[in-house]
Design a protein around this ligand. Sequence first.
Ligand code: ADP
Ligand code: GLC
Length: 500
Amino acid sequence: MNVLFVTAEAHPLMKTGGLADVCGSLPAALRALGHDVRLLMPAYPRACEQVADLAPAGRLTGPARLLRGTFPGTRMPVYLFDAPGSFDRAGNPYLGPDGRDWPDNAARFAALCRAAVAVGMGRAGLDWRPEVVHAHDWHTGLVPALLSRERRRPATVFTIHNLAYQGLFPREAFDALELPAALWSVDGLEFHGQLSFIKGGIAFADRVTTVSPTYAREICTPELGCGLDGLLRARGEDLVGILNGADYGVWDPSRDPLIERPYDPGTLEARADNKAALRDRLGLVDDPRLPLVASVGRLVEQKGVDLLVDALPLLMRRPVQLFVCGTGDRAFAKALEREAARHDGRLAVHVGYTEELAHATWAGADIFVMPSRFEPCGLTQLYSLRYGAVPVVRRTGGLADTVVDADPASLRAGRATGFTFATCTREALVQALDRAMACWRRPALWRKLVRAGMAQEFSWTRSARSYVALYEAIRPPAPVGRRAPWRARAMEGRARARLR
Ligand code: ADP
Ligand code: GLC
């Protein structure tokens, strides 16, 4: 099957979070199952530098063009969308140096979507055409919407990696983009008077997926539906949760070149060297009585960073060391740095995005903490499991689907892999960490827990098989006019009433 992935990020070409991990790994897993998967993403300077054999391919209307090359470390063709002035800027794909959205985000990502439609419809002058176009997150939401208006179109899948980011723009943006007028409706791209990119994916794709079964259920509720739960419920069986995998080619402590001393479940003692190296590097005191708790991730409310900051006074009264590594909200970064200065040697903070430090952290920390308010899937807990840094997580979304709480029964049965808590309070977080630290003081029990976590398999192959089954079910798509109109209007009306 020919499948085109459309995304704003794919590791290692561009990465700000897990979307890049997924789009950098899932295509390879699908290709390994025998499918011709190719990727379309923006021609960021950093991406162009890393793609081999880059050359112009096909033709698009206007000044934009497609470049074709080979995705690093694979034989997968990748198309880079090169629109002068749009993506050839330094830094973050979504935010300017001032930390605010680039003012032309609607135009930039709409242009990427139009390029995807051209490739999907065989109008880009390429010698290849996809049978399925698989679009990811709001940046590509217009792809299913625009394709839905075409005859003899490819089937479409839209994956929600995070419903909280919706690509909302004023009505004027809709006009400026010259989108088909029929798309401006409550059944279409309109969301409370604004243009919503993500609605284009949710309302028009043949299938909508998200990245864990629990999150798929949660986004159908008003609590986590971000105002779109009515529409999501209306999609019924067309919405499915497929758990992400981890790329164990990259995330494997037995052959990770980025860590001090490789190890496996049989040589866990080597973790002590990794812990010593990490402590040394972070300026944390070398005291064998202190477990090292770490957090790696975006410093945003989603990840419960505020809970962690609030919990610091309580935690610092306990015999423990803490390391927080992340970028994001400047207020959180400042609060953490302030606390770190007060607890020299016991609390370290690294504000920055450093891939190699993330590897070293999972190899050296005893406990990995992730108190997310919501979590579509989460990959960092999967990496921490594989590296034997026992996860302490809030029971939500993909965290609930991947970490088994260490209650007495699951511990005895060898099923436990971490510690989970339900309520979103600092007390609940500290209580879960206390349980973890008490267990850490019982080395035999702790080793059992660590080994059970390391043995978990969240492989991409399993997820890839689920995606293939989904692609097969919708190919070829039902002809225009025979598709069920989504009952969005009624459902969203109800959501609106609630908002008032
Ligand atoms: P999200 O996509 O919500 O940020 P995920 O857990 O799915 O969360 O993925 C986060 C990815 O970004 C992981 O690969 C993680 O290692 C990486 N990451 C996040 N913050 C940092 C950081 N400060 N330094 C290095 N890697 C980071
Ligand atoms: C999003 C989510 C995260 C998920 C990732 C990849 O960024 O926040 O939970 O793991 O996408 O799907």
